[in-house]
Design a protein around this ligand. Structure first.
Ligand code: ATP
Ligand code: MG
Length: 579
């Protein structure tokens, strides 16, 4: 064991951290730009990156926090393969439904494989012949590993990569109570992970997408440029707009019955054109979207003219639907720009947004080019087969759980927890012997943290014009010592401070490069070392150095003999606050 005093500082001159002076043109968001500029990552291909030493150090700190939290709730670490046999995906049924995001390949014998975008199949296949009794449950396994998803639009650097690092955990249970208990423990751990990463975050109700299952929560790092749109209420309810239930404010203007009136509307093909031509608001019209179900039956979805149909909600009402494409409008002989619920083709199912239920004078298309109806009244002029919440929620809508009004925000989905139920254990025949002796399918949960995405999310929330401003918990190194000149005195004081810090167990880098002070300051701020000790000749004449706190720019003058102890105390306190 080396003695603590032998720990040496990192030397900036030897560190492979190739910083860039210019902003890389391809980077649209701060984390992508700064990771490239600070020499932390390099692109190999679209959405595929190499981590350089500083980026990798920061990433490993994210991993360490996640590992501690997983171990803390009794999940056990494993490592599963990236290359997965197609048979398992055929068993679960996902080989055919996953689409081009699943990267497929063949081995030399022509056998099909894929690169794992997620690992439900492998983990279920691994345990199914070995875990046989309820006595061995619950069981929770996790890994931290590379995933590949051939995303349509990889962008924003680490935020949406094709190859990325994820922590994925899978749990197996005998009872719903046991699943719920572990799901809650995971959600607790995910919240602590966000806290320890220094993130401002919010849990939201979510959609389960390709993974399946019904109970699910996403953890969103709040960020103005986040890809996810959220709505939330003062009562505490919050949801991804993909999943959010909503109460669309009703419009009293259309609650008085009127006679049905057919109007000539030449060249009018959109809601905006209709509203403009008649001097009404788009909200007072009804937009009809045409889809077909798996059997080819037409389905008309009617929503307020100023609102968007939420495809997830539409799918929930009529499973297996697809919106019509251009050519299909001709096949069904219906006019795209003039659809409505009055006299649609025979057999059409009409589904309308619940907010329209009390409105009795709809402005709708007449299913005939150049004609619309006004004053159309459900029940009198046409039939609605089903009423449902169909629209994308938006700020200003009513909260679905209280009487409040929804506000909006944007976020980066850093993690998600799911209760899968028996989706995979049934399709893949994974059973155990229950307490009563019966053979039952495992109840499963799965839980993912985007490790590389979380790192980028931390930067999105912790940066300024000068560069990154890492929380101590994830900073690649905790302290930098910057001698402003390399004369004997300055250099040796700086070296002593750096060695004292290293000896005290602080991660410290000494900027020993023969560079101008301006270059050292700029690089230190760009890379974002949380604490910077600036050693200059002028200060030394008075026996002091300057200590800069990167996060808030605060500077203090500290006596040379005290600075190592002061910084060690700051770092220790910051580590503890985030542990
Ligand atoms: P998204 O909706 O953003 O595509 P997802 O819901 O498909 O993500 P999950 O299957 O829930 O992703 O994966 C778990 C976690 O992995 C996500 O919460 C996210 O942090 C991370 N992740 C997913 N896709 C990517 C990606 N393309 N690049 C980086 N991280 C990703
Ligand atoms: Mg997700």
């Amino acid at each position: 064991m080396p003695h603590a005093e032998d720990r040496a500082p990192f030397l900036m001159s030897a560190l492979y951290a190739p910083t860039l002076k210019e902003d890389p043109a391809e980077a649209e968001v701060a984390s992508h730009r700064l990771l490239l500029r600070a020499g932390m990552i390099r692109k190999a291909a679209a959405g595929i990156y190499t981590f350089l030493p500083l980026g990798w150090r920061a990433l490993r700190k994210v991993e360490r926090i996640v590992r501690e939290e997983m171990d803390g709730i009794g999940s056990q670490e494993i490592l599963m393969p990236i290359v997965q046999p197609a048979e398992l995906w055929r068993e679960s049924g996902r080989w055919d439904v996953y689409g081009p995001e699943l990267a497929r390949l063949q081995d030399r014998q022509g056998r099909d494989f894929c690169l794992g975008p997620t690992h439900e199949e492998i983990v279920t296949a691994t345990i199914r012949n070995e875990v046989r009794s309820y006595r061995e449950l619950p069981l929770s396994l996790y890994q931290i590993a590379t995933k590949f998803r051939d995303e349509v639009r990889p962008r924003f650097g680490l935020l949406r990569g094709r190859e990325f690092i994820m922590k994925d955990a899978y749990s197996f249970h005998a009872t719903p109570e046991s699943l719920q208990e572990h799901y809650d423990a995971m959600a607790g751990a995910y919240g602590r992970i966000c806290d320890r990463l220094g993130l401002t975050w919010r849990p939201v109700e979510a959609e389960s997408g390709q993974i399946g299952g019904s109970v699910t929560t996403e953890f969103m790092a709040l960020a103005d440029n986040g890809e996810a749109a959220l709505v939330y209420c003062a009562c505490g309810w919050a949801a991804n707009v993909e999943a959010a239930g909503t109460v669309v404010p009703r419009d009293p203007a259309t609650t008085e019955p009127r006679p049905l009136e057919k109007v000539h509307t030449p060249q009018i093909r959109t809601i905006a054109e209709l509203a403009e031509a008649f001097g009404i608001s788009e909200h007072d019209t009804v937009k009809t979207m045409a889809a077909r179900d798996e059997a080819g039956r037409l389905v008309f979805f009617c929503v307020p003219g100023d609102r968007e149909l939420n495809p997830v909600k539409a799918e929930r009402v009529v499973p297996g639907i697809t919106l019509l494409d251009e050519a299909e409008f001709a096949t069904y002989a219906i006019p795209k720009g003039s659809l409505g619920p009055i006299a649609p083709p025979d057999g059409t199912l009409v589904v309308a947004d619940i907010s329209l239920k009390d409105e009795v004078a709809w402005g709708v298309g007449a299913n005939e080019n150049d004609y619309h109806f006004f004053g159309a009244m459900p029940g009198r002029d046409f039939t609605v087969d089903e009423w449902a919440d169909l629209v994308v929620a938006q700020p200003g809508d009513g909260c679905p759980v209280c009487s409040g009004t929804l506000a909006g925000a944007r976020g980066i989905e850093v993690s998600q927890v799911f209760q899968l139920g028996t989706k995979y254990s049934e399709s893949m025949g994974a059973t155990f012997m229950a307490e009563d002796g019966s053979e039952q399918h495992f109840l499963m949960g799965c839980y993912g943290v985007g490790i590389s995405r979380s790192l980028a999310a931390v930067i999105e929330q912790h940066h300024d014009e000068g560069g990154m401003a890492w929380p101590v918990s994830v900073a690649p190194l905790e302290v930098a010592v910057l001698p402003l000149s390399l004369d004997d005195d300055t250099a040796s004081v700086a070296r002593d401070i750096a060695h004292a810090l290293a000896g005290a167990g602080v991660e410290v880098v000494l900027d020993d490069r023969d560079e101008r002070a301006g270059v050292k300051f700029a690089d230190a701020d760009l890379i974002g070392w949380p604490y910077q000790v600036v050693v200059g000749r002028k200060g030394l004449a008075e026996g002091v150095v300057e200590l800069k706190h990167r996060s808030d720019g605060e500077r203090e003058r500290v006596a040379v003999g005290e600075v190592a102890a002061r910084v060690t105390a700051l770092v220790t306190a910051a580590r503890e606050a985030l542990s």
